[in-house]
Design a protein around this ligand. Sequence first.
Ligand code: TXA
Ligand code: MG
Length: 339
Amino acid sequence: MNGGIDVIDQAARLLEQGRLVAFPTETVYGLGADAENPAAVAAIYAAKGRPQDHPVIVHLAPGAALEHWAAEIPDAARQLAAAFWPGPLTMILKRAAHIPDAVSGGQDTVGLRCPSHPVAIALLQAFKGGQGGIAAPSANKFGNVSPTTAQHVRDEFGVDDTLALVLDGGQSQVGIESTIVDLSRLATRGPVLLRPGHISAEAIAAVIDQLPCAPDAAAPRASGTLESHYAPHTPVAMQPTEILGATLAQLAAAGKKVALIHYSDLPPAHAELRLPAAPEGFAHALYAALRTMDGSGADLILVEAPPQGGAWLGVNDRLRRAAHGSVGIVHGLLNQDVA
Ligand code: TXA
Ligand code: MG
């Protein structure tokens, strides 16, 4: 870890100078820049290889003035901030006029979140005297799995002229990205859940008396909501527990190397990682597991499909996207040499 006071001050000064700094949050590591410096925000897009029209989340210190960032602040936003900040919830609000286009991806909204990781909070308090905002997407190349350790960030970018510093705050506790709720169209659409995460729709409903609904066609674009995202380079497939044993046997017979991510008792594979059988523990370990398995030389990463229940929504969402580009891969591997 290198999250001491001196290095945090150094990180804050680098951000104030327009440089990029990666920092830990409780969800995943962020690639940060001064949200009010368009050139610095542009450098995030360049480093990630991310399309220009994908907005980035602005991270705020505890107690920061929402009025500085948002043009309209509905009661629901204040209630949710009081209930869940600092914490893994991002709120989409109508943006204030001075927010750079680069931050909002040209949309009329801004995503705001106050993270709870102590290093992130210390950084936000040191940066511009706690009055600034740090624009930060997950610190990975576009489409890749989000980083949950400082080493993952270094594996993605290296530290050079582009990325000035990586703050190390250990392994992210939550492990998947924040819940995103869109409050910018409350009057017409009500709250909309753009991305499921650790804070559930039900938990939000308990605070604002309205259950966030699923995104419609008019919902804002969000790269984390693209069908194919969060994907390792090795193909990923998910299968229910009942058929996994048979699939493993068939793939082994066909000479295929399987990296297995599971939570039940299953036969051995080329490589395997057993994760906790509860959603919080599974989410915490998932991205590191995908990265490890991606480096295992397997033909396929096979994941035991988690249950469908509410608390598993965020995990299932990320796994579905990771597997999206590999539909039919098990069948393909088994029939490769037959035709
Ligand atoms: O947990 C997290 O949210 C992490 C940490 C670093 O805070 N950040 C993160 O950022 O996941 P990113 O950029 O990888 O994903 C943020 C998602 C993207 O899908 C982006 O399109 C969406 O939030 N988003 C940001 N601002 C938005 C806006 N104004 N309207 C709609 N979607 C927005
Ligand atoms: Mg991301």
